[in-house]
Ligand binder design. Structure first.
Ligand code: ZN
Length: 178
């Protein structure tokens, strides 16, 4: 496994549409393994392949609804993910590993069901709520070349960030989506 460099928002790759994964082979597994390591290292909630410069439809998301699991076990791999059902609404702060230090208010569904393939090509469905639902939407947007800032009703000011995240580093990790 290896850490991969996370592209920043000025990189044109982030605005391209990623292609479907067709081969569930060693190359895909290496990509997903590297993405896992990169996400854990960055202490994020999700990462999409285009963020590490690979224009393929693969994302990983930390299932924050399953706190009984270790961080590694909480990671869900979604290959060729499609949102098949949404429910409710949430509005809150969202950030991105490609846009460090910037948070915006984005409206997302409260509950999101995704149909995807695992790394071996088996189809499955998974439902996430709250932050996990937000991360599903955020990461799948990356596959279509979209960054959360496009959907933000407004960007938080430094004073608001201080208020939200000022004293507590741990809270910061809880509330951000990458
Ligand atoms: Zn992101």
């Amino acid at each position: 496994m290896a850490l991969r460099y996370i592209l920043k928002e000025d990189d044109k790759q982030l605005y391209k549409v990623s292609r479907e994964v067709k081969n569930f082979d060693g190359r895909l597994h290496t990509l997903l393994d590297d993405m896992r390591e990169t996400l854990l290292d960055a202490d994020g909630v999700g990462l999409a392949a285009p963020q590490v410069g690979v224009l393929r439809r693969a994302v990983i998301v930390v299932d924050t609804n399953r706190e009984e699991l270790s961080p590694e076990e909480q990671i869900i791999e979604l290959v060729n993910p499609v949102i098949v059902a949404v429910e409710g609404e949430q509005e809150g702060a969202e950030g991105c590993l490609s846009v460090p230090g910037v948070y915006g208010i984005v409206k997302r569904p409260e509950k999101v069901t995704v149909r995807a393939f695992d790394r071996f090509g088996n189809e499955f469905e998974v439902t996430g709520e709250g932050l996990t639902a937000r991360a599903f939407c955020h990461e799948i947007d990356h596959l279509d070349g979209h960054i959360f800032k496009e959907f933000a009703s407004r960007i938080l000011t430094p004073e608001e960030l201080d208020e939200m995240y000022g004293d507590d580093e741990d809270e910061n990790a809880e509330d951000s989506v990458e």
